[in-house]
Ligand binder design. Structure first.
Ligand SMILES: NC(=O)c1ccc[n+]([C@@H]2O[C@H](COP(=O)([O-])OP(=O)(O)OC[C@H]3O[C@@H](n4cnc5c(N)ncnc54)[C@H](OP(=O)(O)O)[C@@H]3O)[C@@H](O)[C@H]2O)c1
Length: 252
């Protein structure tokens, strides 16, 4: 039986790696992002390499209209989606309190409202079809208080953990994927200076994806790729909260 996956933010980084790996595994794909020419070129490459069907959906997921267009692809019963990867994301340059509040609203829409809308569409459709899988790309930043971005990712981890248990009886698995630093376009787009991040802290997008899919097969609700980040995430979750908050501040 052919499976279909919808991947948001599939033109670069982790989303691109998901689309390529799922294509290799025989999934037909729906890929979503804002940049149509990049989507078309990713689609052509995956069709050539893997021989699967790839549909392209251009949508800005920080807008209501974009969320609706992507949700429509999830509720289309003629092209059912078995796996949703809520991955599209970005970061603002600057800490909350110094940024433009209109930009913060767009971040909230992209990182919280968009995955919420897409999960809603996916759960309602999958529950009526006998099940499905959802991967929400969060971050290890979810485990340490570090401004609005980490708060949005903590929201996503919390909702994913609940949904994985709550929808177990209708055969829907939900995973929060929590990577550390991954080499993608993310930091450059967000004008972040990551020159001080040691080499050992960098992960490769394809390795993050294979770890996530292996954890999904084991129905793990929270996936933290690599042993080093498993240790760091465990420390962040179990050390006293005031200490973790102070350490996170020192990291700026
Ligand atoms: N890189 C890291 O270190 C890291 C670590 C932990 C978690 N993450 C998370 O991983 C996810 C993917 O990030 P990445 O590192 O792969 O970044 P990336 O290389 O910058 O890719 C971001 C993707 O999201 C799409 N996107 C951005 N804004 C969008 C919007 N408004 N509407 C629709 N699509 C949008 C981009 O495509 P278009 O520009 O074509 O729209 C692109 O395909 C994000 O959720 C991020 O928070 C990243």
């Amino acid at each position: 039986m052919t499976h279909r996956a919808l991947v948001t933010g599939a033109t670069s980084g982790i989303g691109l790696a998901f689309a390529q790996e799922l294509g290799k595994r025989g999934y037909d794909l729906v890929i979503v992002a804002r940049t149509t020419d990049r989507l078309e070129s990713v689609a052509a490459d995956i069709r050539d390499r893997s021989g699967v069907e790839v549909d392209v959906v251009t949508a800005d997921l920080s807008t209501d209209q974009g969320m609706q267009v992507a949700s429509n692809a999830l509720t289309d019963t003629t092209r059912p989606v078995d796996l949703l990867v809520n991955n599209a994301g970005a970061s603002l340059a600057g800490w909350f309190g110094t940024t433009d509040i209109a930009d913060e609203d767009r971040q909230l829409d992209l990182l919280v409202r968009a995955p919420m809308h897409l999960m809603d569409a996916a759960i309602k459709t999958m529950a009526g079809r006998g099940g499905g899988q959802i991967i929400n790309v969060a971050s290890v930043a979810a485990f340490t208080p570090r401004g609005v971005y980490s708060a949005h990712k903590a929201w996503l981890v919390n909702l994913s953990r609940w949904a994985d248990v709550h929808y177990d009886d209708v055969n829907i698995s939900v995973q929060a994927l929590c990577p550390g630093f991954v080499r993608t376009e993310f930091h450059q787009r967000g004008e972040m200076d990551v020159s001080g991040v040691p080499r050992w802290m960098w992960l490769k997008a394809d390795k993050v994806v294979t770890a996530s899919l292996a954890d999904l097969a084991r129905d793990k609700a929270v996936s933290v790729p690599s042993a080093r980040y498993k240790v760091l995430a465990a420390l962040a979750r179990h050390l006293p909260a005031p200490f973790v908050t102070r350490m996170a501040k020192r990291g700026r």
